[in-house]
Design a protein around this ligand. Structure first.
Ligand SMILES: Cc1cc2nc3c(=O)[nH]c(=O)nc-3n(C[C@H](O)[C@H](O)[C@H](O)COP(=O)(O)OP(=O)(O)OC[C@H]3O[C@@H](n4cnc5c(N)ncnc54)[C@H](O)[C@@H]3O)c2cc1C
Length: 430
């Protein structure tokens, strides 16, 4: 079967790998000049297999007053007044209850566990290691409320055999001495020893290189997808800036850009861009070895070889990039105040970057067939695209191949409580 994969981010490239391994001929269509040029380029580098807590949560609701007043440095909302965004925002708020946040965390946890296994297998096929490390993850919390929420999540995870223990700051500093040199105040931490780090862009480049060498997969870069080739209730390929491309199956892996094209064929993908930023710096005198997240200030510190990646913030500003420079400066200032010795902040080369997380209201990706024959989705991975890429690529490949694999979660419809019309039968694990 010839499959067109739209988008060469970490999700598209990983999807191409699983499809090719299943024996399909694959063409990846990408508007940029290479792989992982958009949201997968310089993200937080965390493979958060145990920490899949959704952004929509009771603690997000608590932040709302500060956020609406513009006082929350980590989250900015300057949306264009647009009906889709308003609907998306209401659906997001509806996911902030304790029970929904727990269900969403669990669904992604199941995917993440499968992803961990698949990525470890895939690593063995690659010629080098994309700065992969079994680093462990520490999430630093500031309030008693955050600790209570973390304990509840930790208990649920423990029942599934996943270690994410709530510990004191002294215990966290024993695990990662660099924490003693960070400025809280912190009330405690969550330690997930099974979480890893790795460079998503390097990973995507290595996978693409392997696909190139093996044959059966073509990459068409600098080719923009303009629309779908539709015949009644079926999609037969795509219209691109270089002409039409016929395909037996078409998989949308366009990240935050997915909804625009899908809307033209009546498929609603509730995805909103949540912009975040990163800098990549030389190490400071106390560079953490474990990955460290400051939950309240919403940034992470990850060591990638001899560099430190500091990534964070979530801005709901559409696709606007006008404030990027100011936000990068703020990220640097907050990181410098919080972890002054983690990185060499004086270095003139900070490698600034901004990317759009493709965020669904419930933080869960959209994976599977749509109501149109031949059209599939693997998109909407939000804050966890690098973490979940292998598992959703495997699920998608089963859907395209028409298999019901025993080791995959059952698929369910998009929640009927959603304000979005259920035009798509695109499914999600549940
Ligand atoms: C600051 C930040 C930190 C993050 N940290 C982490 C982390 O630590 N761990 C984690 O798991 N996740 C993290 N994420 C999330 C993760 O980076 C994303 O979920 C992931 O990159 C999404 O991958 P994707 O392939 O779906 O999208 P993208 O990487 O955005 O790929 C979509 C591709 O589609 C292409 N495209 C768009 N429109 C067209 C068109 N019309 N024609 C052709 N091509 C098109 C784009 O050029 C792009 O290459 C972070 C995100 C941010 C912003």
């Amino acid at each position: 079967m010839h499959v067109a994969v739209l988008g060469a981010g970490v999700v598209g490239v990983t999807t191409a790998h699983f499809l090719a391994e299943a024996g399909h001929d694959v063409t990846v269509v990408e508007k940029a000049t290479g792989v992982a040029e958009a949201c997968s380029h310089a993200n937080g580098a965390q493979l958060s297999y145990s920490y899949t807590d959704a952004m929509a949560s009771p603690s997000f609701l608590l932040r709302m007053p500060g956020l609406l007043a513009g006082n929350d440095a980590a989250i900015r909302v300057r949306p264009p007044l647009d009906r889709d965004l308003l609907q998306w925002g209401l659906a997001f708020l509806a996911q902030c209850s304790r029970s929904k946040a727990a269900a969403n965390m669990l669904a992604n946890l199941e995917l993440a566990s499968r992803s961990a296994q698949l990525l470890r297998e895939l690593r063995n096929l690659l010629p080098s290691d994309f700065h992969y490390r079994e680093a462990g993850k520490l999430v630093l919390l500031r309030t008693a409320r955050e600790l209570d929420d973390a304990r509840r999540a930790s208990d649920i995870k423990a029942e599934l055999g996943i270690r994410a223990s709530v510990i004191t700051i002294a215990e966290a500093a024993d695990i990662e001495p660099a924490i003693a040199y960070m400025n809280g105040p912190y009330a405690g931490a969550v330690y997930s020893p099974g979480d890893d780090v790795g460079d998503a862009r390097e990973f995507a480049a290595l996978v693409a290189e392997r696909l190139d060498h093996k044959g059966h997969t073509r990459f068409q870069f600098e080719t923009e997808v303009l629309g779908f080739v539709r015949e009644s209730n079926a999609i037969r390929g795509v219209k691109t800036s270089h002409g039409d491309l016929e395909a037996d199956a078409t998989v949308v892996c366009l990240g935050a850009w997915s909804p625009g094209l899908l809307k033209d064929v009546g498929v609603t993908a509730p995805i909103n861009p949540a912009r975040g930023y990163s800098v990549t710096l030389p190490p400071g005198s106390r560079m953490p070895s474990a990955s460290v997240t400051d939950f309240g200030r919403r940034f992470v510190i990850s060591r990638l070889g001899e560099k430190v990646r500091i990534a964070g913030f979530a801005d709901f500003v559409g696709f606007s990039t006008v404030k990027d420079e100011a936000r990068i400066e703020q990220l640097m200032a907050i990181a410098r105040n919080t972890a002054p010795e983690a990185a060499d902040y004086a270095c003139p080369e900070i490698n600034p970057w901004g990317g759009n997380r493709p965020l669904t209201p419930d933080g869960r990706p959209l994976v599977g067939p749509t109501h149109l024959d031949g059209l599939f989705l693997n998109t909407g991975h939000g804050s966890l695209g690098w973490t979940l890429a292998c598992a959703t690529a495997e699920q998608l490949t089963s859907a395209v191949s028409g298999e019901a694999s025993s080791n995959q979660p059952r698929r369910t419809q998009y929640p009927s409580a959603s304000p979005f019309p259920a035009e798509t039968s695109s499914s999600r694990p549940g």
